[in-house]
Design a protein around this ligand. Sequence first.
Ligand code: GUN
Ligand code: ZN
Length: 678
Amino acid sequence: MTHFEIRAKDGLARLGRFTTKHGTVKTPLLMPVVHPGKSVIKAPELVSHYGFQMVITNSYIIRSHERFRNIAVEKGVHELLNFSGPIMTDSGTFQMYFHSLPDEEIDPLEIVEFQKSIGTDIGTILDVFSDPKVGKTKVEQDMKISLERAKLSVDMKEDMMLAGTVQGGSYPDLREISAKGLASLDFDVHPIGGVVPFMEQYRYADIVRATLAAKKHLPPDRPVHLFGCGHPMFFAQAALLGCDFFDSASYAKFAEGGRMLHPTGTIHLNQLNELPCDCPVCSNTTAPEFKTLDKTERDLQLMKHNLYVTSAEMRRVRQAISEGKLFELAATRARSHPALLEAFRVMMEYSQIMIDSDPIGKTSSIFYTGSETVMRSEVVSFYQRLYELYPYRNTNTIILVPDNANRPYSESASIIIDEVRRRKPDDLILLFVTPIGIVPWELEHVHPAQQGVFPETIDSSSLEIVQQRLHKFLDSISFENLLWFRRNAATNALSDSFKDSGKIVIAETASDLIGAIDDKPDEKQDWIKRKLRAVLTYQWGPEVASMVNLEGLSIDISRSTGKIRHVRLGSEIILTLVPTTGLFTATYEGGLQLLKHGLDPKYIVRLDDEVREYVADGKSALAKFITHAHPNLRAGEEVVVVDSSNTLLGVGKALLNGHEMIAFQRGVAVNIRHSKKS
Ligand code: GUN
Ligand code: ZN
């Protein structure tokens, strides 16, 4: 039984809820490390004043000191910390490594037993922390010992939740073996261990590789904890990689050394003439004043600053996930240090893992953050679908209209579009050359084609990708003539790459362009049906495109925007176009039509008959009742929900991807929009 549920996704990040015996917490989450004796700021204050939800303490330290041990064993760890919220305990692994303690110092099973006996909410196995200086053979040995201990420990966890740590150093193949082994055991949380030295040496790229290697094999319904990551400059990126838990001893350690944590890096108080921070501590003093405090008071104030700042950054991360804006936050943070940017670029190499997890149909805009923007999963996934599913591959003329960074394209190019639409669609394909690449007119409103916010000038590496996408797409179309409207300096150069083809005509003005298109009037207004077919195919596959030919089908167009609003069958609405995503939602009748027209099984989610009536009444389809979901189904898709005999119960938006729908035992899998009875 897992205790985790997902409320929203963004990249590999999850906005979640994790339930313990001492309460439910929101993830991603940061746990401050508290020492039962030394911590000046106690657990209750960390919650009430700084906004933390859970703390982590060390069972080895508790066990090693008689006065802590006695209280913890007699009254429990919650009493010891005077804290009634969720508590995680670590096992002493890090102390073994840091102080080079002998193996006999901690018995791996006894320490699990001890954590159980003090009533911790989440205990941790005694994994082996590999020194980054040792070779691969030793790291492999350590990882295997960790795995052996994991097997023995998990059998004795009883009703304590247990964290099974992934080890394997900087070797992704070892991380994979470790994660696979742990995945088959009944753990509740999976820390990524052994990364503290990488963090200290700014080897963030190694952390990215290690984390993604582990994520590949870890069950999606267990939170992943990036052990020892307490620096806010990496929170956004780590969350984007799918890390749900973080812990921070850094807030105290850095303070002790006179250093302030910021989401953009570390600054030593001595270097400051100003306090570049708006936390309550920094707002109430000045840099010169701060420096005059005696060490004890200064450390305390620095610690408070560090707590305010790290807590706020984690809230920022959660907010960004809920807005679908975590990529932008991580991209911004990546500019704080070259090592972070390096790590960010390494992450971009794993685009398929990101695409498989990232929800489709986001409503937020895509802000240009740099040349990586055109390789974002939303954009790459748009092109994967476009190449595969654009339905029009034969034409006489292709018209290329460069985007001039003003949205919507249809407004900035309205004269041309109006003229084009007076002509027979079968003879023309109208394409926009945009900063993300080529966008067919029919799909201009589909996210992220319309929702990209770019500067007027395009950087050269993005331009190169735009050119590749343009050529790849045109290579898939058979055409006679290419008309290029040269109205944008940045993309004009791209037209040169067609010079040798002998097919291109350059138009310098809109009237030149219009003059060059044959005037074959479109009396039937087939452009709108053409758009409908393209969006249906893009969204649900080629089979359902035949819905366009249904007897009695009509399309409502918005007078103000010219966009499709509804598709009706007779007088009944079957589909509605969502302006922010450019994709359809279906009504119950729409769902029936999709099924009747051979909807791709990817978009069909099957549910246990036991809860058939709930969903038919319009309640959400919960993950624990899903009996079948396609492994390639992405979160965010509009899906139909059926019972075991394929009766349609409702239609709605998938919150999880296919894998997650099967794995999760808590939370909503499909948000039902329309159902059989409502
Ligand atoms: N704290 C920081 N890193 C680690 C790790 O690798 N394992 C454990 N158990 N605790 C840690
Ligand atoms: Zn501050």
